[in-house]
Write a protein of this length. Structure first.
Length: 256
């Protein structure tokens, strides 16, 4: 199975539970992304690897036209349902690959990608495509979780995540994410940080690990409460194992 096939398999399974997860639907986090991008009336936006369309619909409430593209048809189906539920008409959906966007150059005022870079085999290629379709002076936004600067914690975290979700390639460190922008010829991005809260049982309900890998994931998360070996600040509150994914919104602009 190719990596793209793995992505489509995982996100077809995840389409409904992922779209309903409180941390993914969090309005404050969506608002942070829209505000950081500087969205305004009259603009056209694109969300790459848009999943169930939450980011697209958040932008559509502000801008003139919002477009989303995702490689998984089941995710686009969920996105269309969200659009219908919110009564939005200024939205357009496409099924397609992030590595080869089916849009002409210099088209969008804002191009975003949220929680997808860790699934990409070539994130620099996707960032280049995002820049290509942004208009000169346009805004490029990448939001993702990131791994610890501690190499051992980063390795353990990525091992756990690949077992939990086989479509994961690797969560980059914050330094590596910044380096992607520099390598693409963009100015150093403005960074805004937040945390995506989670708890063990809720996380496993939206995960589809292979074979016995789910049991390994559980053991790794439980063990991390003793020494923060995953870099997620895991604690046991007496009834649940709770933790958080560190996330960053990075914003830069295509040269004019």
């Amino acid at each position: 199975m190719s990596h793209q096939d793995t992505i489509r398999d995982q996100f077809t399974r995840q389409a409904v539970p992922f779209s309903q997860a409180p941390s993914i639907r969090d309005e404050a986090a969506l608002g942070l992304l829209v505000e950081a991008a500087g969205a305004a009336a009259g603009q056209c936006t694109l969300d790459v690897a848009c999943g169930p369309g939450l980011v697209v619909c958040a932008f559509a409430r502000v801008v003139a036209q919002a477009t989303g593209i995702d490689a998984t048809p089941a995710m686009i189906a969920r996105a269309r349902r969200l659009q219908l539920d919110q009564g939005l008409s200024n939205v357009e959906w496409h099924v397609g690959e992030a590595e080869q966007l089916p849009f002409e150059a210099d088209r969008f005022d804002i191009v975003t990608c949220r929680f997808a870079f860790h699934h990409l085999e070539e994130p620099s290629r996707v960032l280049a495509e995002m820049i290509r379709v942004a208009r000169p002076g346009g805004t490029v936004v990448v939001c993702d979780g990131f791994a610890s600067d501690d190499a051992a914690k980063a390795a353990a975290f990525n091992t756990m995540e690949r077992l939990r979700d086989p479509s994961t390639v690797r969560f980059l460190t914050l330094q590596e994410l910044h380096a992607l922008f520099a390598g693409a010829g963009l100015a150093s991005p403005e960074a805004r940080f937040y945390r995506v809260p989670a708890e063990l049982e809720g996380l496993m309900k939206v995960s589809f690990p292979a074979g016995d890998d789910g049991a390994v994931v559980r053991r790794m998360i439980v063990a991390s409460a003793a020494d923060d070996s995953l870099g997620m600040g895991t604690v046991f509150d007496g009834t649940r194992y709770i933790f958080a994914y560190p996330a960053v919104v990075l914003v830069s602009h295509k040269p004019a």
